[in-house]
Design a binder for this molecule. Sequence first.
Ligand SMILES: [Zn+2]
Length: 274
Amino acid sequence: MGKCPYCQKSAGIFKKLHKECEVKYNNGKELIKKKSNSFFDKSEIVEIEELEKIADESFIPYDEFEDIMESTFTDNLLNFLDDGTLDDKEEDSLGEYMEHFKLTQEQLNENDSLSKMIRASILRKLLNGEQSTSRMKIEGNLPFKFQKSEELIWLFQNVELFEQRIKTTYKGGSDGVSIRIAKGIYYRTSSFRGHPVKTTNIVPIANGMVAITNKHIYFSSGIKNFRINYNKIITLEPYSDGIGITKDGVTAKPQVFKNVDGWFCYNFIKNISE
Ligand SMILES: [Zn+2]
């Protein structure tokens, strides 16, 4: 006799679940998605309590409920970014969503959504010619030695560094196909979905941290530490989950940083070094 994973009651002989519980669960998820999303199209403004009640009655666990609330935030962010930039009004509406549904930074950042919004905001400020300032609160000491007047813009942790072995498959300068979309943005976020860094012909070197400043990209790990001046970069290759960089110099090997936001790094470096 199985136990229904939704209501936790006996599902009956030879059964794993109650069909009606499953329907309730799926409908509940869809309804929460729809009602949370209506905050953005202003068709209906509901309160968080109402949504929690739907989750409760539809056997949706709290962490799944939080995921739905975050996914609505992310979908709208990506929608806003479809033209390349996140404008003031769009950023405000995301902030209002967070406030209205009393979502914490942790809840919204479970899948990096809030950070993605902040990075989009940093890009907008850069394109508008405003001073780039850090919006990261760092606890503890960083292993980097920044120059005077150098500002930390973003920090990525658990980054894998690869070096590309030059073989026939490597196409240098492949960023030549990038096309500007809006005010200095070269790629839409949508072009970064589902194209992870391929690890053929690239050799893992180290695991560490990447700092993006207004002047350099830094890498630090137990075995390898270096920085690259943006002005010394000759090719940039964007990936959904990484960025490939080749710097000036005949012996320079292409380096790939995996587990960074390729869209942000590409557009930030391109625009700040111009
Ligand atoms: Zn059931």
